[in-house]
Design a protein around this ligand. Structure first.
Ligand code: HEM
Length: 189
């Protein structure tokens, strides 16, 4: 009983973080008869994908990827000094959004220009602080989008490994991966 209450509180906090304005939250909750609809909320508009410093197009590319995550496949190789990833979507529209997203975000990291997307992972903080210490190679091939990112800074190498795994989790499970990540953050592990 006590654990249930505690879970409810954590869930409510995570839910509120996904829907930062009470209006968005009310909108998201409306119509499915449950105030704790963690798995039924507004996945069409996905207001948590907006950002303080992000354009509507950037948020819309994220929504396209989340809505169609089951069309995306991905392979990650952890290198001693970074990562090599190959990400592909069977849907050309999703592939377009994916390439635009990765190119745009990697460019933002290089310029230390944080989009402050409401649901973004705290792993990204290190990138936006030290983005100029990451070397990037991006290429679109017939196997998909190939990204190689390397750094001489061991903390950034670890962050690159962690973030690549977080992207893979989102590719495997969509928004459920984001929910879990936020719940863990709030529990402090
Ligand atoms: C289905 C969801 C998502 C997919 C498929 C996706 C895909 C990718 C890919 C392929 C990359 C290139 C690096 C790599 O391959 O690991 C990337 C980088 C990046 N993504 Fe996403 N992403 C998703 C969600 C998000 C979200 C919610 C954010 C929030 C801001 C975000 C922010 C970033 C940033 C900042 C980078 C650049 C990181 C760096 O330079 O090291 N992504 N993403």
């Amino acid at each position: 009983m006590k654990r249930g209450v505690q879970f409810g509180l954590i869930a409510a906090t995570a839910f509120a973080a996904l829907f930062p304005s009470s209006e968005a939250m009310a909108q998201a909750m409306h119509g499915h008869g449950s105030t704790m609809g963690m798995h039924q909320h507004d996945e069409v508009n996905m207001p948590g994908l907006r950002g303080e410093n992000a354009s509507p197009e950037e948020s819309s590319d994220l929504a396209v990827m989340f809505r169609n995550f089951d069309t995306i496949t991905r392979e990650v190789e952890n290198l001693p000094n970074g990562i090599r990833t190959v990400t592909w979507s069977s849907d050309p529209k999703v592939m377009e959004a994916l390439v635009r997203h990765a190119v745009g975000m990697i460019d933002r990291v290089a310029q230390k220009d944080d989009p402050k997307i409401f649901i973004q992972s705290p792993t990204l903080k290190a990138f936006f602080m030290h983005g100029d210490e990451i070397k990037n190679e991006i290429e679109v091939t017939d196997k998909g989008l190939v990204v190689i990112q390397t750094s001489n800074n061991p903390a950034l190498v670890t962050a690159l490994h962690v973030h690549a795994a977080e992207v893979s989790d989102m590719v495997d499970r969509g928004m459920a991966a984001v929910h879990d990540m936020m719940m863990k953050q709030r529990r402090g592990h």
